[in-house]
Design a protein around this ligand. Sequence first.
Ligand code: OXD
Ligand code: MN
Length: 594
Amino acid sequence: MKEITKIPYIDEWIQEMAAMTQPDRIVLIDGTEAQAEDLRAQAVSTGELTKLNQDLLPGCYLHRTAINDVARVEGRTFICTSKKEDAGNINNWMAPAECYAKLSKLYTGSMKGRTMYVIPYSMGQVGSDFAKYGIELTDSIYVVLNMLIMTRVGLHVLDAMGDGKGFIKGLHARADIDEENRYICHFPEDNTIWSVNSGYGGNVLLGKKCFALRIASYLGKKEGWMAEHMLILGIEYPDGEIRYISAAFPSACGKTNLAMLIPPEVYKKAGYKVWCVGDDIAWLRVGKDGRLWAINPENGFFGVAPGTNEHSNPNALHTTTKNTIFTNVALDLDTNTVWWEGLNNDLPHNCIDWKGNVWDYTKFDKKDKSTCAAHPNSRFTAMAVNCPCLSSEFDNPAGVPISAIVFGGRRAKTAPLVYQSFDWQHGTFVGSIMASETTAAAAGAVGVVRRDPMAMRPFVGYDMGDYWAHWLDMGKKIPNAPKIFHVNWFRTDDEGHFIWPGFGDNMRVLLWILARCEGKVEAKETAIGYIPYADDINIEGLDIDKAVLEELLTVDVASWKTDIENIKEFYAQVGERVPAELYTQLKALEERLG
Ligand code: OXD
Ligand code: MN
């Protein structure tokens, strides 16, 4: 047998996958800069990457995916457990044998004439208690180069893997990028992920959503820890003390912006700072001290480009000025740099759009996505170490202690700016009823509510009811548990305008949250939880008066009553495994609302 990793258990699996996919060559990715540079040069020579202006954007490249392959595909994402009930009603399910057979056909011979790259990677600091290891086999250089940014890759990972048992087996083949045969399949009972017919990040960077959320959530349930769709940030007080918050928001609700926020002037002047530990995923374990400790298992940011600018997120913008891979943004031919909607108001006049066509800026209409130069889900893959506000604890193998967990969604009316749950059990209920409204086309129209519990709807690798039971159970195992809150930055007035300024000013709410955790501020008890007294949210320097803040802090009982019906429907859809405790919480809420 050919030795690739020199770990027999792993090499056997590689040979088996290679016998099926039939690559011309197998190359082990060793994590060296020399090898990465070779691969970049190769990708540039085939047009897979475009080298950008190296004076302005050193180490930066542009990639365009196929036009039919620009986002995660929930409809083609499967959890393949032996029993359908274990995948639950929210996930798509396929029987493992059927799925392996179906995908084997698609993989067979798919790497003929191509190279199979073997990427040994770690989620979390190699050798730490948190770390979990995987190998991704892929025939895409783009995937290799992205994995080199997003995860910790190299031969040291193989050294840490010992006999390799328990590693996560990932297989990705581009095949024909055929949407009809695109599959993102997870076999949690076999530690296996199979992805085929896509080249888009979320479907093919298998360390991210597939491993660090879907497979890891399953492992977390089995092993007594949690894998969550959460950012992690630290707030440093003027006296140097840092407190950490983790927060879950549905995709595209501003997690990266919150994780890297710039404090408002009043706080900056007073000496407050914000540090980013992670922008998308948190792994959480109970520490010896009885607190909940978190790491960001990733090593980079796979962020949405449009809307990122000097005002919304200067830290992210700065992070992307070197060693970054841009995907599906626009190419400004005058400068050989990148552009996207919301970067600035200087529409490039000589520009190639995300589809690779000449872009006519005179036809650009903000309200019509089809006229955009960059795809609305275009991305940057950037190294965490390039982030100006990266936490000094980013690499700490022990992680950071979490004081507060924050859930949030996009609600026009229902949720107030912030409220605190009564306790962990109630907090779990608050997470389970998380929701976001899609913005309807007609101004002022109420959007469609999508329930997205803990922002994990697309990412729980098993039954949603069991996942909630795991949350309830974890609460009993954390002697000094974080307090749980809910925020809503997106409340609107009757004309549909956002009331709260958001962005850096969200820090004002986070400071109230931390003050509550330390018992330093009183709150008003309401039907849904504890709500701040308006005087306790600092609005100095904001163009908001107290009456508006009070409005933001009211509980709209009528819309909560409507919401209760929607929650009941959702719980029924999740099915039999919804824990009785959550139904008790729901009933209690209903009674409190009157
Ligand atoms: C997401 C992402 O879709 O982080 O949530 O890419
Ligand atoms: Mn995400």
